[in-house]
Design a protein around this ligand. Structure first.
Ligand SMILES: Cc1cc2nc3c(=O)[nH]c(=O)nc-3n(C[C@H](O)[C@H](O)[C@H](O)COP(=O)(O)O)c2cc1C
Length: 171
């Protein structure tokens, strides 16, 4: 698929079939995440794949929604801020890097006919406990992964280019 069509095709899926995700497809998606760029190539990330019934239930306690719990796979993108590139003014890029990796995950999944939905509105303490994360690793964003059972909704509106693009300078 052409990239622009892929970007148009992906949408947030909030309804999943129980059908397991093919191992090859999961590995392709993880490879897409691995290939993501990161500041100074620091790769300050971990990808936690949650498939077991009990493990998914524990993770869903951090984001209690039936549609989320029903997906056969959850991928949690975690960052290790102490491993990330830090700009001179102190800005740590670990979350930017994690977000790029998640974008690779969601777009690669869409290319394979699989659904995803970025989830940030979770309880980080509950999620870290459910995953047994060490203190130096934080969950940044997660997604269910599976076959959609809904139909693509009408495209969510986006701001028109003239409203968000400036050329050369702000004004
Ligand atoms: C950083 C980020 C966090 C998000 N967190 C949530 C979330 O916690 N729950 C949810 O249902 N959707 C979440 N979304 C999905 C957005 O609501 C969705 O991407 C947006 O409304 C555009 O819709 P679309 O993905 O279908 O194009 C999140 C998206 C992003 C990029």
């Amino acid at each position: 698929m052409k990239f622009i069509d892929l970007a148009r095709t992906r949408y947030s899926v909030r309804s999943y079939a129980a059908r397991p995700v093919a191992e090859d497809d999961l590995n392709t998606i993880l490879e897409a995440a691995r290939l993501a760029p990161s500041a100074n190539n620091a790769q300050p990330w971990y990808f936690i794949v949650v498939r077991g019934e009990d493990a998914r239930r524990a993770v869903a306690r951090a984001y209690p929604r039936d549609w989320f719990r029903s997906a056969p796979v959850i991928i949690v993108v975690c960052s290790e801020p102490s491993a990330a590139w830090v700009r001179r003014d102190g800005k740590n890029y670990s979350e930017v890097d994690a977000a790029i990796a998640m974008d690779h995950i969601t777009l690669c999944a869409a290319d394979l006919g699989l659904g995803t939905c970025w989830i940030a509105a979770f309880d980080p303490v509950t999620l870290s406990e459910a995953l047994g994360l060490p203190a130096h690793v934080s969950p940044v964003v997660m997604t269910p992964l599976g076959y959609p059972t809904d139909s693509p909704p009408a495209r969510k509106s986006r701001k028109p280019l003239p409203e968000i693009v400036r050329y050369e300078r702000w004004s």
